[in-house]
Design a protein around this ligand. Structure first.
Ligand SMILES: *Cc1c(COP(=O)(O)O)cnc(C)c1O
Length: 492
């Protein structure tokens, strides 16, 4: 029975009371987005978030309404002016994509439709399936393979490693957990492998000690002889090798592990061949890397990101598994409230939750679908080629300038360098280059990041942005030399 009080209470919803005003605000938002993106090259890459702004961003939970307009004005004042910077042409840190305008619109449309893309008979399921199919074509995986769109490379890797572990363990891991294991499962990768693989090993119950970190050669690629020796040692000493993770594009230097040799080792010892291609797998589409990366097609699974070189806005990554049944066997689960029907709303495709851990999934496929259609894969490939060329050009400028030193071979689009001066020690050089990097960032000129290679502090440039021009690269070099000199003058 309804109480008297609830009956007289006015019913509400969270939709606007004034749709006209909301429409106006929406138009303003789109105008501001276009202004932001078409002027992006003319503003500093980065500015520090002022303390006053940090304070306003740590206030208590709001109790009462504010108008949508006022909330938006606050966003314009406190959030928009202090970006990470990865949409800017001179953002070179980590491995980050730049996004696209239509990609941003797609996210708006996806949020407006707001489907949970897991189960059911509705268009988003088919868009998701379509994008996964395109991903298979990109990587040269057969149509019979399976795939899943996830938040990014980390989720893609842990999803593949879950399948690998369950399939290779030789007993029912889903029922017995790792307690059922007759021998400790171990996996192999190089010391340059992304930390998400180690995290995945921890979460999968294998533990960090089950990850055999193999050394690398001068080009930062896994040493094949050491890999094979370690596998043989483990077999002799009662361990159970199950998987090798090869990296296509390490985060430090962009190195590509020798895929063919790793594939052959996996065949010999019957190990799962997984590729972390979060950064570099898209280079498979380019003429210069097609040959070397065709062995991706031989992998049991591959992880790659759509929000990096494919320029989808965050977040979007993909994992492909060669054997669909093996993939499904690792995740399928049908509780009574998630039954698939032959027709109606609960009909349609195999529920996506049978292929991964997540039950709630946004419509991330839409931004990829729209972007691939808008540009076509040929143009997207040319974009990757352009970045590869820019990295080569940067390498050339560095080797031509006696003030700069190239610190690692360039395999993809990561370039590591430092400013050098005769007669200073390693630790002085490290301090100088650290200061140089900070000055580049704080001045808003460019945002590289850093790494340490062989004890030397390096400025690390990852060129992954479709907005980067050769002139941006040249500006970076000129400014590195200028700032480098001014710092080294001051310490004289
Ligand atoms: C970026 C990256 C990851 C992690 O991917 P996320 O999308 O950040 O989760 C893993 N491996 C490599 C080589 C990467 O470049």
């Amino acid at each position: 029975m309804m109480t008297h009080k609830s009956r007289i209470m006015k019913e509400q919803s969270l939709d606007p009371e004034n749709w006209h005003q909301m429409r106006k605000l929406g138009h303003q938002v789109i105008d501001d987005v276009i202004d932001l993106l078409c002027n992006i090259g003319h503003v500093p890459v980065w500015n520090e978030v002022p303390q006053e702004v940090k304070n306003t961003l740590s206030t208590d939970l709001p109790q009462f309404p504010t108008t949508a307009n006022d909330v938006y004005v606050e966003f314009l004042r406190t959030i928009l002016p202090y970006p990470k910077g990865n949409i800017h042409p001179r953002f070179f840190a980590w491995v980050q994509g730049g996004g696209t305008p239509l990609g941003a619109f797609a996210d708006l449309l996806a949020s407006a439709m707001n489907p949970n893309v897991t189960i059911g008979e509705h268009s988003a399921m088919y868009v998701d399936q379509q994008v996964v199919k395109w991903c298979k074509q990109l990587m040269g995986f057969p149509e019979t393979s399976s795939g899943l769109l996830v938040s990014g490379g980390s989720m893609a890797n842990i999803t593949a490693l879950t399948v690998a572990r369950n399939h290779k363990a030789g007993y029912d891991v889903r029922t017995n957990g790792l307690y059922g294991s007759p021998a400790a499962l171990v996996l192999y990768c190089s010391v340059e492998t992304h930390s998400c693989v180690l995290k995945a090993a921890e979460i999968l119950g294998l533990g960090k000690n089950s990850v055999r970190l193999i050394g690398v050669d001068k080009q930062y690629r896994i040493k094949i002889k050491d890999l094979e020796k370690q596998i043989q040692t483990d077999l002799k000493t009662g361990f159970s090798p199950f998987c090798v993770v090869a990296t296509v594009g390490t985060v430090n230097t962009g190195a590509i592990d020798p895929l063919k040799s790793i594939r052959d080792i996996c065949r010999t010892y019957q190990l799962w061949f997984h590729i972390d291609g979060a950064y570099g797998a898209p280079a498979k589409l380019t003429g210069s890397h097609k040959q070397r990366l065709r062995y991706i097609e031989d992998a049991d699974s591959v992880a790659f990101d759509l929000h990096k070189w494919f320029q989808a806005p965050y977040e979007a990554g993909c994992v492909l598994i060669k054997d669909q049944e093996v993939h499904r066997a690792a995740f399928s689960f049908t509780p009574k409230y998630l039954m698939n029907e032959m027709e109606g709303l609960a009909g349609g495709l195999d529920p996506i939750t049978n292929y991964g851990f997540e039950l709630s999934r946004g419509f991330k496929a839409l931004k990829v679908w729209m972007s691939f259609k808008e540009h076509g894969i040929k143009k997207i490939t040319r974009q990757i080629v352009q970045n590869l060329r820019q990295a080569k050009h940067l390498g050339l400028l560095i080797t031509r300038n006696p003030e700069l030193e190239l610190m690692a071979p360039i395999s993809l689009s990561i370039v590591c360098y430092r400013f050098i001066r005769q007669g200073i020690s390693q630790s002085e050089a490290n301090a100088l280059n650290r200061e140089l990097l900070i000055k580049l960032q704080v001045s808003g000129i460019a945002s590289p990041s850093s790494t340490i290679l062989g004890g030397a502090y390096c400025i690390r440039v990852c060129i992954l942005n479709h907005r980067t021009k050769t002139s941006d690269i040249e500006l970076l070099v000129a400014q590195s030399i200028k700032i480098g000199y001014s710092i080294s003058e001051a310490i004289k």
